[in-house]
Structures are given as structure tokens and as C-alpha cells.
Design a protein around this ligand. Structure first.
Ligand code: SF4
Ligand code: SF4
Ligand code: SF4
Length: 291
């Protein structure tokens, strides 16, 4: 059992404050990020790659071990996101520098996955969380093609497959708990809270130690804004994060779509175009999966 430390107690209190008055009904996509949206701040300068966050995520979300056998030895150390792995720590290198980045759903303010989900299985929750409703999912997997962060995974081996991705631990909010990964991090490299508070904290860190950071908050405006904000010592391409510009990804897709339908070309062309945008935006990555 995890001991209740002062840090844990403070985090629980902060999560409770952030969660106060959270409404319950889902809302449509396509609005700017709001101050009261919930999210995470990941600070790559603080992460030591211990993976306490990924272990806690698995436990809090009832995910099975993601075991791979190498030379006859079984390891629960996934290299990437998967049906049972909602977040993973990857190692990046740049020359003789190295560090870590946490991969997971970014909870985009205007999510491409929601934009293409024809039955609303993927949807925006009132506090900005991108949730998933399996009862509405037909398994088309358009969301996998549309996501610029390559996040949604499909349970290929299940008889009743579903899409899996981080839902920002929304099942814990009713108990006054926030994101499990943030609760577990011993370095405060992952913080859960209101977007406005996370942005203020990120700006405070950039100002307090400007030499330690690349001077930008990834997700403040990228791709129309994301609920997961990232700080880094190096440019974000080095972490493998796509260069999206300030426009939401669905806006680009919709412009392509409107042009396509004028010519009555099949919708598959739209997803081909989105796939190309995703591929183009990945840039040169120096990220490898942490073992
Ligand atoms: S990161 Fe991908 S899966 Fe998550 S909200 Fe954005 S588009 Fe959807
Ligand atoms: S918010 Fe919850 S589901 Fe998402 S990565 Fe953190 S622990 Fe996992
Ligand atoms: S628990 Fe914190 S320090 Fe450890 S890998 Fe996760 S984010 Fe990094």
C-alpha cells in the first residue's frame, strides 16, 4: 500500500479543487481550450525515467501487463502505447544529451479523433477531457488515422475489441482523485489540474530557470491547444512531438474534405490526406522507446 505523504495529500487536495463543480454531460467538439479544462503538465527537465507513472496508470485503469519476451525472458516494459498501455516513457537523445518524454493522449481542445468519429464514441467531456464510449464505437478506426499524435490503439486480440487511450483518469473524479500518473510521480514531473493553473506554473518555471528550458510551452497553442502541456530542455521535435502550427488539425481536414466532396471523391481520400499530414508533421525524431 502506498504511504500517504505530504506531497500525496497536497496533490489529492489540488485534484479535489481542480475537480470541483465538474459537470457530467458530454459536449460537442470544436471549442478553444478553457481555463477550467483539466489537463496535465509534463516537465521533461524533471523526469528521471523511473516509470512510476506508467505502473500507476496501469493499476488505476485496470490494464493488464504488456509483456514481451526477449531471449526467453518476459519483460513488462512496453516500447510504445498499446491496447494495455495508456502512457509510456520514451527516451530521447540529441548529441550527448538525453532525457525522457511521456507519451499519451494529449486531450486536444479540438481533437481530430473526435472530428472523424461518426457516432460520437470519442467525444469531448465538459472539462476538456476526450472520453470514449464503447457502446457507440463501430470499430472503423478512423480515429487512429486522424490522430496527429498516433495515440488511439485497437484491441485486435479481443473478441469484443475497443479503442483504448488515456481518458485523463476521469473515472476517478467522483472520488475526488485526479490523474494517477501525476499522483505517482516522485519528481513532480507530471502535474494534474486546471489548464489555467498549469499554464501559470509552466510560465513560472520558464521564468525562474530560463537556461534550463527551451522557451516554449508545447500545447499552449499547438494544434489549436492541448490539455497536456509539455516543457522541455530541447526543441520539441527532438521529443518526437509533431509541429502542428496553431490551427486545429480538424480545421485542415475539413477544408480538404469540403474540396473532396465537391468532386465526389470517396471519404477514404480524406483519411489518406490526414495520414499524410500526420506523417509530414512528425519531422525528424530522435526518440526511442525507454525500456
Ligand atoms: S491526442 Fe489524438 S486521441 Fe488524443 S485527443 Fe488528440 S487527436 Fe484525440
Ligand atoms: S491521466 Fe490516467 S489514464 Fe492518462 S496517462 Fe495518467 S494515469 Fe494514465
Ligand atoms: S514517475 Fe515522474 S519521473 Fe518517473 S518516469 Fe514518470 S514522469 Fe518521469
Amino acid at each position: 500500500m502506498t504511504a500517504v505523504t505530504r506531497r500525496t495529500a497536497l496533490r489529492t487536495a489540488a485534484a479535489g479543487a481542480a475537480l470541483a463543480a465538474a459537470p457530467s454531460a458530454a459536449e460537442a467538439r470544436g471549442r478553444p481550450a478553457a481555463d477550467d479544462d483539466l489537463g496535465l503538465l509534463f516537465d521533461g527537465t524533471r523526469c528521471v525515467g523511473c516509470r512510476a507513472c506508467t505502473v500507476k496508470c496501469r493499476e488505476a485503469n485496470g490494464r493488464a501487463p504488456d509483456v514481451k519476451v526477449v531471449d526467453g525472458v518476459a519483460y513488462d516494459a512496453p516500447l510504445d502505447l498499446g491496447p494495455q498501455t495508456l502512457t509510456v516513457i520514451k527516451r530521447w537523445t540529441e548529441g550527448d544529451r538525453e532525457g525522457f518524454v511521456k507519451a499519451q493522449c494529449m486531450h486536444c481542445a479540438d481533437p481530430a479523433c473526435v472530428s472523424v468519429c461518426m457516432l460520437g464514441a470519442l467525444h469531448k467531456e465538459p472539462r476538456g477531457v476526450v472520453g470514449y464510449d464503447v457502446s457507440r464505437c463501430v470499430g472503423c478506426r478512423y480515429c487512429q488515422v486522424a490522430c496527429p499524435f498516433n495515440v488511439p490503439r485497437f484491441e485486435w486480440s479481443s473478441a469484443t475489441p475497443r479503442i483504448t487511450k488515456c481518458e485523463l483518469c476521469r473515472h476517478r473524479y467522483a472520488e475526488g482523485k485526479g490523474a494517477a500518473c501525476a499522483e505517482a510521480c516522485p519528481r513532480d514531473a507530471v502535474r494534474f489540474g486546471r489548464r489555467a493553473d498549469l499554464l501559470a506554473e509552466a510560465r513560472r518555471r520558464l521564468a525562474a530557470a530560463p537556461e534550463a528550458y527551451y522557451q516554449k510551452i508545447y500545447g499552449e497553442r499547438d494544434g489549436g491547444g492541448t490539455g497536456v502541456l509539455v516543457l522541455s530542455a530541447v526543441p520539441f521535435e527532438t521529443l518526437g512531438l509533431p509541429l502542428l502550427g496553431k490551427e486545429p488539425v480538424p480545421a485542415l481536414g475539413e477544408r480538404i474534405q469540403h474540396g473532396i466532396y465537391q468532386g465526389f471523391v470517396a471519404p477514404v481520400a480524406l483519411f489518406g490526406a490526414l495520414a499524410f499530414v500526420t506523417w509530414r508533421n512528425r519531422g525528424t525524431s530522435h526518440v526511442e522507446e525507454e525500456r
